[in-house]
Design a protein around this ligand. Structure first.
Ligand SMILES: Cc1cc2nc3c(=O)[nH]c(=O)nc-3n(C[C@H](O)[C@H](O)[C@H](O)COP(=O)(O)OP(=O)(O)OC[C@H]3O[C@@H](n4cnc5c(N)ncnc54)[C@H](O)[C@@H]3O)c2cc1C
Length: 267
């Protein structure tokens, strides 16, 4: 049997203190990833710090053009929020397409972001939209946050508190999903921001990335059909039993064409 201590703090101060109390304390959010990991004995934390009752990690609000989402908000809450639907309709749609109702009602945006699964949906939105990730120690720009497979800029014991995203109604997420798990075989988030087109890809197998060559093509007025010929680094792709690297690479072009053809998700 796994032997660990379990704590359920009721304030952020208490949670931060517990995280600092021992080197192998680990936060528990929705448990949709962490509990299977524990069951498989792939992690052995000395203490689980359950974030479910920390009020400072909750809340969805908008101030000016900035949408703020607390780390402990579930995918279902993000999907159903009128504030998210008005500020970034594509983000609400993305959240509504994650997993199944159980996953959406337990899994959180903070847990998914901190986990940085290479097939997770949110990282592509955060990267394309230029989100900021706010922790108990600092704020981190999305490109600096996602550092590789299941790895982020979070330091040991650091807690993700909230996400800040610029409002954007010109965006769409297209996911070509694994029919069994609903994770992305390839997911592509397209946004038209003040800086131009942004296309971020998840599911390639090497971690979320921006397809900058396609962004430059579209910013220069290039036609959507031309995306089939725009360079896309094969080194970014790996294959597995669900799809080869070449197949996944092709799906990026299909997803990009589809996102642009369908246009933004309506507010
Ligand atoms: C069947 C199934 C289908 C799924 N389909 C999809 C899908 O289509 N798209 C998708 O994107 N995801 C999918 N997921 C993953 C799901 O979104 C999970 O919710 C998510 O990966 C983890 O979120 P969680 O809140 O459950 O975090 P947990 O499992 O509790 O934690 C995950 C990791 O994040 C850390 N962590 C949690 N919160 C914090 C915090 N505030 N600060 C620092 N570290 C923290 C934990 O210590 C742990 O390492 C699926 C999962 C399942 C089981």
């Amino acid at each position: 049997m796994l032997d660990f201590r379990y704590s359920r703090p009721t304030s952020l101060g208490e949670a931060v203190a517990l995280m600092g109390s021992e080197p192998d304390a680990q936060p528990l959010a929705g448990g949709q990833t962490l509990l299977p990991v524990l069951r498989a004995r792939l992690a052995a934390p000395g203490r689980l710090v359950d974030l479910g009752r920390v009020p400072e990690l909750k809340g969805i609000s908008r101030s000016g053009d900035t949408l703020t989402i607390g780390a402990a908000e579930t995918h279902a809450a993000v999907a159903g929020s009128a504030v998210v639907k008005a500020a970034i309709p594509a983000l609400a749609a993305l959240a509504g397409g994650i997993g199944d109702p159980q996953v959406r009602n337990r899994g959180t945006i903070g847990g998914s972001t901190a986990n940085n699964d290479p097939a997770a949906c949110y990282p592509s939105a955060l990267l394309a939209l230029g989100a900021q990730i706010v922790t108990d120690r600092r704020r981190i720009d999305a490109p600096d946050f996602f550092t590789g497979l299941f790895s982020t800029a979070l330091e040991p014991g650091e807690l993700l508190l909230k996400l800040e995203l610029p409002a954007c109604t010109q965006a769409r997420y297209v996911k070509l999903e694994n029919a069994a798990s609903r994770f992305a075989l390839i997911g592509l988030f397209h946004a038209r921001t003040l800086q131009g087109h942004r296309l971020a890809v998840t599911g390639s197998g090497t971690g979320v990335f921006r397809w900058t060559e396609a962004e430059a093509w579209l910013d220069g007025g290039g036609a959507v059909e031309g995306l089939m010929d725009i360079p896309l680094d094969p080194e970014r792709f790996t294959g597995d039993l669900h799809g080869s690297a070449a197949y996944r690479r092709h799906l990026v072009r299909v997803a990009a064409k589809r996102a642009l053809a369908l246009g933004p998700v309506a507010a």
